[in-house]
Design a protein. Structure first.
Length: 249
């Protein structure tokens, strides 16, 4: 008996995958009163390897994260989906322990990813009662804290990216935040963007853009950062780019 070959609608599958990636990055309504937040992820292609993540946790806490998978396109999108799903699950079991969460994500990623794939990750848990941000930066770009008085602090990476070493145990660090403080996390597609002359925007360009709008609502801060980036780069994008802003009340 001769059977007809199965026809696969690749375009439909692609649309479903894009829709799922967008749903992973929906921004939930804040359930705490002392932190306003927003984020934007602009992939270079329909599917990409950047993500942001927010989730409400017990004990008047909220988790926030930004991650960047190695590579581009579909392989990076599959890896970042693994990071997102692992974060969601691990956060439910260790809501107050970012170190345990990132350790679990790392083991999951290492177990099911090719040896040459990894992801950088900034993961923090903000406690409304104390206004302390416990965080882990796994090989990620330094996260920016701008104090209400204008001074800055960079939360540097203290451990390797997730997915490289199976037995890495991640330890959380802490920063005390105060009303008016702004936390900004981002991916390298932001600071490594170039203009038509080949000059890199860099950390200084990004910081200047954030400082110009740091007293606004987080949504306006995120949009302001991308507007400044597009003005510098001439609306040219060569990598996935993500910005997350969280303002303490």
């Amino acid at each position: 008996m001769i059977t007809e070959p199965m026809v696969v609608d690749v375009s439909q599958d692609w649309m479903v995958a894009c829709s799922l990636q967008e749903r992973f990055m929906e921004i939930p309504r804040a359930k705490i009163q002392t932190l306003a937040y927003d984020a934007r992820c602009r992939q270079m292609r329909a599917l990409g390897g950047d993500c942001f993540h927010f989730v409400s946790l017990p004990g008047r806490r909220v988790a926030l994260a930004v991650a960047d998978a190695s590579g581009k396109g579909l392989p990076a999108a599959l890896m970042i989906a693994n990071v997102q799903s692992s974060l969601r699950t691990a956060a439910l079991f260790a809501p107050a322990d970012p170190g345990a969460v990132v350790t679990a994500v790392n083991r999951q990623l290492y177990a099911c990813s090719p040896v040459d794939r990894f992801a950088t990750l900034f993961y923090g848990v903000f406690d409304e009662t104390t206004r302390i941000l416990d965080y882990v930066s796994a090989g990620h770009n330094p996260t920016l804290v701008i104090r209400r008085n204008g001074t800055t602090r960079w939360l540097e990476a203290s451990a390797p990216p997730v997915g490289i070493f199976a037995e890495t145990v991640y330890q959380a660090q802490a920063v005390q935040l105060h009303p008016g403080d702004l936390v900004v996390a981002y991916t390298d597609g932001i600071v490594e963007a170039t203009n038509p002359a080949g000059q890199e925007w860099g950390v200084d360009g990004f910081l200047a853009a954030i400082e110009r709008c740091r007293t606004r609502h987080p949504e306006s801060i995120v949009e302001g950062a991308f507007a400044a980036l597009d003005e510098f780069s001439g609306n040219s994008q060569t990598d996935d780019a993500t910005v997350l802003a969280a303002l303490v009340h």
